[in-house]
Every structure is written in structure tokens, then in C-alpha cells.
Design a protein around this ligand. Structure first.
Ligand SMILES: Cc1ncc(COP(=O)(O)O)c(C=O)c1O
Length: 373
């Protein structure tokens, strides 16, 4: 049996998405910047996709820009706010995805920008009182960048409240919703968000396509210079199939959100209780019974060297900390912050609606074989 429990790393592409993309690749190959009929057809496909995304988030179509991935969107939000909006200080956290932490490092190498980190509780959630006191403490133009759900442990930040605090202190707010887009309703008309990043491959869309929401009030210049694509915001001929696939994946995710959420939540609960039954010393990272992404279960085992490798041999795909560094075992910067003294081995199991209870039982049986025999 093959089991894919690594859906926070990436997801299988929905069949409906494959169909839409195949059709675009076959029949809709014009350059959207061309003025002939094939070009206009391609342009119309992109604008239709933009409308789908904007409608899903209650945003204006002029606020959605397609990018190549979540990483690009994060880079763009942070680097362009510094370059174009006079941001002199960024408040973030030490457990953001590397697409934020490494971007902060590179900004600091090039510019005089102060970077401050908000305190976190034991689950990795941003301390909003501390955020407020940091905002109060300086008049520098500030951008706050905080993740919606942490990709390694699932802890969810209250982005609505964070947006309101930022707004009260005239700070800009960027949030990385790469893990939550398509899994939680996000109504941007009800939130004070200036920038938001998302990526299609996390919600059953294709790799190589993401988007950034830029609130209409924030006028930044392109991150990628070139032609006048994406309303002059991103040079480069558009990935039409990817964009159409992203929009379809988002539409399908939101249409089936409730039933998928229920299924995934119950698989995660089953996995958690089975782990507790068979591994009495198991611990879970993050706010497991509180506000936590329903697809992520970060479990810490005793004496579990080579566990991921043995799971792989048994046909089971899961991750250590974050899959984005897989192949390069540098340890998890998230766990290093939250559980620095732990000697346990963490495995992140992450689920999708394609998974089944049978798969959970198979994984538990294999874990028992690997760790208890
Ligand atoms: C929270 C978060 N942000 C950003 C990214 C990067 O997204 P992409 O793979 O589309 O560049 C990831 C991918 O794992 C992620 O989990």
C-alpha cells in the first residue's frame, strides 16, 4: 500500500483541475499580450481566473496578481514594501516559513531595515499584546508579516485581530496564507490585510502558480521587471494553464470546503487517538486541540531515529519538520524555537480528502512494527 500523508508539502492535483489545464494547454496557447483572437482568448481565460479568485476572497479583481509560487508572493510583499512604501521596520516571527525568514535576512543585508520578532506562546501563536507594544514603541513605518497557519505544526494566528491592531497603529500587514487558502473561508472585505500570499499546489492545484493580493491602497512597483503583464505588476508571459488550474482548484476547494474539512478532521482525530493508544509517550506539537489547521498533525516520538526513512520504505510519505528543506537535513527552525530541549523525533502527518481510515490504520500498524518490535 502507498500512503500519502504529506499534504502540507504539496497535494495531488484535482481531476477537474487536470481537465481544465489540459484543455488550456491543447487549445488555448495564444500569448495573452497578442491582440489577435488567440491572444484575446488567452487573456480572457486569465481575467476569468482573476475574477474567480477575487470573488472567493471578496476582493476586487484589480487586487489579485498571479505569480509563480507562494515564495515569490512573499518576496514581493516584503521587498516591494521596503523599496516602494518606505517601510523601515518589519515585525515578524521566528517560526515563519523560510520564504519569509530568508527574505528578511536578504533585505537586511541590503537595506537599513529593522527586523523585530513578536513573542510566541508555547503553541507558536503570536502574542498580540506584545505585537501591540512593539507597534507602540516606534514611529518607524512598519510592516507586520505573520503566517496564518504554521506549515510545520498547524498553529493558527488570528489574522483578523492582527490586521485590526496593525491598522490602529498605521502599520501594513502581510499574511502568508499558503497553508490555509482553500481550507478556511477568507473574506478580505472584513479584514485589514494589505498583502496576502497563496500557492495553488497546496490546494490541489498545479505547482508553479500562486498569487498575491495587494490591497488597492498600496501602490507598489513590479517585483519582476519586464513587459506590462499582470497590469504592469509582473513582467513575463503568463502561465495560462497554471492560472486556469489555480482558479479551478480554488473554486472546487471552496465549493467542497465543509465536507472535506469534516473528513480530514476526522482522519486527523483518528490518527491522533490511535497514536495515543499505541505510543503512550507521544507528544504533539502546536495547539493540537485548539486553533490549529485541521490537516496537520505534528507528532513527536521517543527513540525514533530513521523513522521517516523506515516509513518511506513502508510506502508512507510524511515529513520531518517542513518538506521544503527535504534532502537538506538542517533541522526545524520552528521546533528549535518552541521545543529546544526536546530529544524526540517529530513527524508531520498531513492529510487530504483523498486519504482514508484504512490508510490511517495501515500507518499505525507500520509505526508499531518500526518502533515497537
Ligand atoms: C507557509 C508556506 N509559505 C510559503 C511556502 C512556499 O510556497 P511555494 O512552494 O509555492 O513557493 C510554503 C510551502 O511549503 C508554505 O508552507
Amino acid at each position: 500500500m502507498k500512503v500519502y500523508f504529506d499534504n502540507a508539502a504539496t497535494t495531488a492535483v484535482d481531476e477537474e483541475v487536470v481537465k481544465v489545464m489540459a484543455q488550456v494547454l491543447r487549445e488555448n496557447y495564444g500569448n495573452p499580450s497578442s491582440i489577435h483572437a488567440q491572444g484575446r482568448k488567452a487573456r480572457a481565460t486569465i481575467e476569468e481566473a482573476r475574477k474567480t479568485v477575487a470573488n472567493a476572497l471578496n476582493a476586487s479583481i484589480g487586487e489579485i496578481f498571479f505569480t509563480s509560487c507562494g515564495t515569490e508572493s512573499n518576496n514581493m510583499a516584503l521587498k516591494c514594501s521596503v523599496r516602494d512604501l518606505g517601510v523601515e521596520r518589519i515585525i515578524s516571527s521566528k517560526i515563519e516559513h523560510h520564504a519569509i525568514t530568508h527574505t528578511l535576512d536578504s533585505i537586511q543585508k541590503e537595506k537599513e531595515v529593522e527586523v523585530t520578532f513578536v513573542k510566541l506562546d508555547r503553541f507558536g501563536r503570536a502574542d498580540l499584546d506584545h505585537l501591540e507594544s512593539l507597534l507602540q514603541s516606534s514611529n518607524k513605518k512598519t510592516l507586520v508579516s505573520l503566517i496564518h497557519a504554521n506549515n510545520e505544526i498547524g498553529t493558527i494566528n488570528d489574522i483578523k485581530s492582527i490586521g485590526e491592531i496593525c491598522h490602529a497603529y498605521s502599520a501594513l500587514f502581510h499574511t502568508d496564507t499558503v497553508q490555509t487558502m482553500g481550507y478556511y473561508p477568507i473574506d478580505l472585505s472584513q479584514m485589514k490585510v494589505n498583502f496576502l500570499s497563496a500557492s495553488a499546489h497546496k490546494f490541489h492545484g498545479p505547482k508553479g502558480c500562486g498569487f498575491i493580493y495587494i490591497n488597492g491602497e498600496n501602490i507598489i512597483k513590479p517585483y519582476l521587471d519586464g513587459g506590462s503583464q499582470e497590469r504592469n505588476m509582473r513582467g513575463g508571459t503568463e502561465n495560462i494553464a497554471g492560472i486556469a488550474g489555480l482558479a479551478k482548484a480554488l473554486e472546487v476547494s471552496y465549493a467542497h470546503l465543509a465536507e472535506r474539512r469534516e473528513k480530514i478532521t476526522s482522519l486527523r482525530q483518528l490518527m491522533k487517538s490511535e497514536l495515543e493508544n499505541h505510543f503512550p509517550n507521544i507528544e504533539f506539537n502546536g495547539d493540537i486541540d485548539g486553533e490549529s489547521h485541521y490537516k496537520v498533525l505534528s507528532a513527536a516520538f521517543d527513540n525514533a531515529d530513521l523513522l521517516l526513512m523506515n516509513l518511506d520504505i513502508a510506502g508512507i510519505a510524511a515529513s520531518g519538520g517542513s518538506a521544503c528543506s527535504s534532502g537538506v537535513d538542517v533541522g526545524s527552525h520552528v521546533l528549535a524555537q518552541l521545543t529546544p530541549d526536546s530529544m524526540k523525533t517529530t513527524v508531520r502527518f498531513s492529510f487530504s480528502y483523498y486519504n482514508s481510515e484504512e490508510e490511517v490504520h495501515y500507518v499505525i500498524d507500520k509505526l508499531k512494527e518500526i518502533l515497537l518490535s
